[in-house]
Design a protein around this ligand. Structure first.
Ligand code: MG
Length: 418
């Protein structure tokens, strides 16, 4: 008699089993989204989880369909902890965004099923609310300070209290703001990005913004991992007088071991973590004193299960959460962020994204931000479905991020982290 190692390792509490696991891709905003759907032998009982790694979505899709589905079919969906550990350990090598996004898709889909079985929203499975809703921040960006401030004023009219301000820097490699013509016509790479010019331009933006915007509006800024440790301190000090809510991603992940010294010298709170690609990465950021806000992209560290551990550690460490949440997170992932936000005492702020109407068509139940706040669905699970016919109308394509990243260079031609 052979032993089936993929069978339930103990008797299932109920006669429910997983019958299929598959990745669904769609791009209603042009950005490839990956969602995992897990079906069961109970008619109508299925779950959805976010597995979106938009730059490498085909790899995640193959990982789910070819490697992970065979581990789960026939298993009891209530054993979430065992199933996500099996998904993580069975490949021997662990971590990384392809692996962890695939596991996240499974993890979140199993939580969705658990919520539907219980008749409860996921945040109640996590212990219930400690707040009514999650306050969000939104992105304002322009070619000039005036353009950025105009956008910010529009968001303030719509109820936001926290706004991330970005401004174009010369060349094609500025982050979060439109391209502007080069100012380095004689450089080897004429469309380059200069860190030194960036350090001069950003404080001028915040000086103008503080003059133009009400005092009670919280301002944020995202460096996008472009500075050296000492440049990060220079920027943080030059922004001190503008009272930033947080300064994001001053260093690339390769230099995260320098964050504690940068944070010690920084007069403004530091937010780091969207590039964490494992639970251990996120834990080190919190535990080693490098961050005031941890902001992992939760599918990149393996989903809701690892993220709740980070939230608990943050709560015990005096660190706040600010989960990554722009348009390269599916509405399912956004709902997972909010479930953590409303159930964790460590919550600081949530990155917001305004999904287009096509996304609402593909994902009925997608959350809408009102007066700057995100409120989770009260329906069981995530309270969000997928219309696969609508999803097919927006086929995913290979990300344009590769083309953009290939052009992000210093004026001397050296490739810069995008
Ligand atoms: Mg960011």
């Amino acid at each position: 008699m052979t032993i089936d190692n993929f069978a339930n390792p103990w008797p299932a509490r109920e006669n429910i089993e997983i019958t299929s696991v598959r990745a669904i891709t769609t791009a209603p905003e042009g950005t490839a989204l990956v969602v995992v759907r897990i079906d069961t032998n109970v008619p109508g009982l299925y779950g959805l989880g976010c597995a979106t790694f938009t730059q490498r979505w085909k790899a995640v899709q193959a990982f789910v369909d070819e490697h992970l589905s065979r581990l789960l079919i026939g298993r009891y969906p209530g054993d979430i902890n065992d199933l996500v550990r099996l998904a993580a350990f069975s490949g021997y090598w662990r971590g990384g965004p392809v692996t962890n996004n695939a596991i996240s898709g499974i993890d979140q889909a199993l939580w969705d099923i658990a919520g539907k079985r219980a008749g409860l929203p996921v945040y109640e499975l996590l212990g219930g609310k400690v707040r009514a809703a999650a306050d969000t921040y939104i992105h304002a960006a322009g070619k000039t300070a005036e353009e950025t401030i105009d956008q910010a004023l529009g968001f303030i009219d719509d109820g936001w209290r926290h706004i991330r301000l970005q401004i174009s820097t010369p060349g094609g490699g500025g982050y979060g703001a439109p391209k502007v013509p080069t100012e380095y016509p004689n450089a080897p790479y004429r469309n380059g990005w200069s860190g030194r010019d960036y350090l001069r331009r950003v404080p001028a933006l915040f000086e103008a913004a503080r003059d133009a915007l009400p005092d009670n509006i919280e301002l944020l800024h995202d460096v996008h991992s472009r500075l050296s440790p000492k440049e990060a301190v220079l920027l943080a000090r030059s922004l001190e007088q503008y009272g930033l809510y947080f300064l994001e991603d001053v260093l690339p992940p390769e230099h995260w071991d320098r964050l504690p010294e940068v944070r010690a010298a920084s007069p403004v709170p530091l937010a780091v973590g969207e590039l964490t690609t494992s639970l251990t990465d996120a834990v080190r950021l919190v535990r080693d004193g490098g961050v005031d806000f941890i902001r992992s992209h939760i599918s990149d560290i393996g989903g809701l299960s690892p993220a709740r551990k980070v939230a608990d550690l943050a709560e015990l460490s005096g660190v706040k959460t600010a989960w990554h949440g722009p348009g390269d997170t599916s509405p399912i992932g956004a709902a997972a962020n909010v479930a953590l936000d409303v159930s964790s005492a460590a919550f600081g702020i949530q990155e917001g994204h305004i999904y287009n109407e096509a996304t609402h068509d593909v994902f009925p139940g997608t959350l809408r931000i009102r007066d700057g706040y995100l409120t989770p669905n009260a329906a069981p699970g995530w309270g969000i479905d997928i219309d696969e016919v609508a999803a097919k109308r927006f086929p995913a394509e290979i990300s344009g991020h590769d083309e953009w990243a290939a052009g992000v260079r210093r004026p001397d031609g050296a490739l810069e982290a995008p």
